[in-house]
Ligand binder design. Structure first.
Ligand code: HEM
Length: 581
């Protein structure tokens, strides 16, 4: 039945899509014209040509096939027994609940969490139902092997991966590179991040001591793309404008494609292979991958040449992950340059937008709460003074900054749900809870941290709540931003917990520290912190928000070991630069 309806609809829709693609190739229409102009083109071109011929009956066959499919689809799918969250009344139609989820996921998940936080409940996203489990199950679930409860399969399903992300399904080389190469050499990677940040800030930051308006989201994206590129692909590619462009726009193209596919009615899912080919964002994504493949091929060729001539001059401890992967891939597929290029792009995807989004939230929270600036600046100056600069030990001693960042993430979560896993076979948990094969599970990470039983006064933005906890006897190594446990799930948990989180937290400290010490921030006249936006479970700061930034002019006021503490300018980030005058 499914195959029949797919074939029928593919037959009908395939032609106009081909017309559309041909017109794109011929330059007759531009990607940016989608959806309005290109639909017009299609109507004027592909559709009308087709309608003139034998297509009416084809459309009818397809419509009937869709109807039959709609009626029978999903009828016999076994589902875990749990209540559904989000219905306003018994009479509210399910399609309406799904549509409300697109921009209203917060209240729906909060409602479910309040009622069923100790058991489980279903949420209805437009493309699928997701079973939200209580976090009391997290330790049991994280012990279940991937063959039974898969994190990769869940990511690929969640991000409509088959159309571009299959590289992560075929091997976990990117995760191994972080766990086996980066984590044991974190200090060396923090050093190169600091070096690249100094370069990025010099290239991107306004030098003026007058207020300058900047689009803060784009601005942070550029800075973090530069830093990520440094540890992913290394010099000189990390400063190549084409690489930087591709590694930042690819995220936009992926999410546009994913969200369009997700928001189509679920019964159209079998048609995704056809529909995706009609999406300009998908064609742009393929173009991004093409560019990435050619740039990575050049780097690898040059690297092989240099190696043969004994001219490789990377610091062994912090060599780019690309080179580590090209040498440590365990088979020819893992070492294949095309495969590596795709993996670099998706490592960038996992590290750039996530970190940039948290940085944007934190900068907004600082700008909206200027009373935090003095205590954070004082801590930075005191720690950098006693530690003699921006080393890893200094970053670990910035407890107030760490606490502020963690609080900023608590109220501005990267996503409302995390710990996405797909049941690859039926399973029964220790308390008898039954999860049929194919159940897509998640945890309500954001709601947990708004629960007064977990966080006292959760509605209050209390920048130093973790800092105070750490001052308690025996608590100094706990309550840190990068730590995960059953209540703190924003970096996931278990074997798929974010392997880049320690580096991300250090990156964020370096960026926020540089902003705090070198710049004043404020909102343009009449504006305040813009409200966050959500699409499905994804949360992001307003991408159009702007801030006013000005370079600090007053330096040399504070004393440090009898010397005047210099302004800790951006160049002080670079290794060896003096921080005292
Ligand atoms: C603030 C920034 C970041 C946030 C909020 C974040 C969050 C996450 C989350 C929620 C997961 C899924 C965990 C799970 O399912 O249990 C994840 C996985 C991952 N992250 Fe991050 N991440 C961040 C930065 C980074 C950075 C900088 C890197 C690379 C250096 C990175 C690389 C990865 C990779 C490779 C995975 C997949 C791990 C696996 O499936 O085994 N992330 N991240």
């Amino acid at each position: 039945m499914l195959r029949l309806s797919m074939q029928a609809v593919t037959y009908v829709l395939g032609a106009p899509c081909q017309v559309y693609q041909q017109r794109l190739r011929d330059g007759m229409i531009g990607h940016w014209q989608w959806p309005l102009a290109s639909i017009h083109e299609l109507l004027g071109g592909g559709w009308s040509d087709i309608l003139e011929s034998k297509t009416i009956w084809r459309l009818s066959v397809a419509a009937i096939a869709i109807l039959v499919y709609l009626v029978f689809h999903g009828r016999n799918v076994e589902k875990a027994k749990a209540p559904y969250a989000g219905y306003r009344s018994f009479w509210e139609p399910t399609f309406w609940v799904r549509l409300r989820f697109i921009n209203g996921a917060w209240p729906i998940i909060m409602d479910g969490y309040r009622k069923y936080k100790d058991s489980m409940f279903w949420i209805r996203r437009n493309d699928r139902d997701i079973l939200i489990l209580s976090n009391k199950y997290v330790d049991e679930l994280r012990a279940i092997p991937d063959e039974k409860l898969s994190g990769f399969e869940a990511d690929v399903e969640n991000l409509r991966g088959p159309y571009y992300l299959d590289v992560i399904l075929r091997s976990n080389l990117h995760t191994r590179s972080l766990n086996q190469k980066m984590s044991p050499n974190l200090q060396a990677y923090v050093d190169i991040v600091r070096d690249e940040l100094a370069h990025a800030l010099k290239s991107e930051m306004p030098e003026s001591e007058n207020w300058t308006e900047v689009p803060i989201g784009d601005f942070l994206l550029r800075i973090i793309a530069r830093i990520s590129a440094r540890f992913i692909v290394g010099l000189p590619l990390c400063r190549n404008e084409e690489w930087l462009r591709v590694s930042t726009v690819v995220g936009v193209n992926v999410f546009t494609t994913v969200l369009i596919l997700r928001e189509l009615p679920p019964f159209l899912r079998p048609l995704h292979p056809v529909i995706v080919r009609c999406l300009p964002s998908w064609h742009r994504l393929l173009e991004n991958l093409r560019v990435a493949r050619s740039l990575i091929a050049e780097v690898l060729e040059q690297y092989t040449l240099n190696k043969r001539e004994g001219k490789v001059n990377y610091d062994e401890a912090a060599s780019p992950l690309l080179l580590w992967m090209s040498e440590n891939g365990s088979n020819s597929l893992e070492r294949d340059p095309v495969n590596l290029a795709h993996r670099m792009i998706f490592l960038g995807l996992g590290s750039i937008h996530t970190t940039a989004s948290q940085a944007a939230h934190a900068i907004h929270d600082l700008t909206a709460r200027p009373e935090l600036i003095i205590p954070l600046r004082e801590e930075l100056e005191q720690v950098l003074c006693t530690e003699g600069g921006w080393g890893k030990s200094a970053l670990m001693k910035l407890w107030k900054l760490d606490s502020f960042m963690s609080e900023s993430q608590r109220v501005n979560p990267p996503a409302l749900t995390v710990f996405h896993r797909l049941a690859m076979e039926p399973m029964t948990l220790s308390d008898g809870t039954y999860l049929p094969k194919g159940t897509f599970i998640a945890m309500a990470a954001a709601s947990i941290l708004l629960d007064p039983d977990v966080v006292p006064n959760p509605e209050k933005f209390d920048a130093f709540r973790n800092y105070r906890e750490r001052l308690e006897p025996g608590e100094s190594t706990r309550h840190q931003y990068a730590m995960v446990d059953k209540d703190h799930l924003h970096f996931g948990h278990g074997r798929h917990a974010c392997p880049g989180r320690a580096l991300a937290v250090n990156e964020l400290k370096l960026i926020l520290g540089s902003f705090l010490l070198n710049y004043d921030l404020k909102y343009p006249e009449g504006k305040g912190r813009p409200a966050n936006q959500t699409v499905d479970e994804i949360v992001f700061a307003d991408p159009k928000a702007t801030l006013l930034i000005r370079k600090l002019s007053q330096c040399g006021r504070r004393r440090c070991d009898g010397k005047t503490l210099h302004c800790l300018m951006i160049q002080d980030l670079s290794e060896g630069a003096p921080i005292y005058t």
